[in-house]
Write a protein that binds this ligand. Structure first.
Ligand SMILES: CC(C)(COP(=O)(O)OP(=O)(O)OC[C@H]1O[C@@H](n2cnc3c(N)ncnc32)[C@H](O)[C@@H]1OP(=O)(O)O)[C@@H](O)C(=O)NCCC(=O)NCCS
Length: 177
């Protein structure tokens, strides 16, 4: 109960237009970089505990992390699905997450940008992302970075299924290079 109330209060404070300016001055020392194999596997494991088998570690999966001292405070995955392996056969950004206390500091934007740079370096022509249509924090960021809604017939069944199971209405977005 107390935890929920604190989370709500933090969210409210962070929604204020003045918050990023002040917080970005107070909180410093965030390092953002590509994770090594061991760390990628560790984060994959913890993500997969929550979202069963969502991310497979391997040569087609790159993970970017934000760190404050030794603590991981954010991450994102860039996954290249093989054409024969999945109806998701494309470059995808996945599982962008920033720890609640570290939100609105610009970490999400930097994680997105370095993962996009990596996709570009891998010669991706398009880059996709799935987003909950009600996600008021992520949507403006994706739009700012050039993502627009995309229709992908191969995954529409998956999205319908997920909506039935979880009530979450997700859509795909795409940007081109
Ligand atoms: C979405 C999320 C990753 C954003 O990370 P963040 O580090 O807080 O984002 P940034 O500080 O880089 O903000 C970038 C932009 O996103 C938008 N944004 C982020 N948080 C916002 C908020 N609380 N209210 C309104 N806009 C917000 C703004 O456009 C912001 O730009 P601005 O600060 O110049 O106004 C973070 O809120 C999070 O981890 N949420 C839970 C997981 C999640 O929803 N992931 C997305 C899955 S698709």
């Amino acid at each position: 109960m107390v935890k929920k109330a604190c989370a709500y209060a933090l969210k409210m404070v962070q929604s204020n237009p003045w918050y990023p300016k002040i917080a970005r001055k107070l909180i410093s020392g965030i390092e953002i970089k590509k994770a090594g194999d061991e760390e990628t596997a560790k984060i994959c494991n913890s993500v997969n505990k929550k979202h069963k088998g969502l991310i497979l570690p391997g040569p087609n999966t790159a993970c970017f992390i934000a760190r404050n001292k030794r603590k991981t405070v954010g991450y994102i995955f860039l996954v290249k699905h093989h054409p024969n392996a999945s109806s998701f056969y494309r470059y995808w950004l996945s599982t962008l997450w920033v720890a609640p206390f570290y939100r609105r500091l610009g970490i999400g934007r930097v994680l997105m940008k370095i993962a996009m740079d990596e996709a570009r370096a891998q010669k991706a022509k398009q880059l996709y992302i799935l987003v909950n249509q009600a996600n008021e924090r992520a949507l403006p960021l994706y739009i700012e970075l050039g993502f627009t809604p995309a229709s992908i017939p191969e995954i529409s069944e998956y999205l319908e299924e997920e909506k039935k199971l979880t009530g979450i209405d997700k859509m795909a977005m795409v940007t081109g290079f």
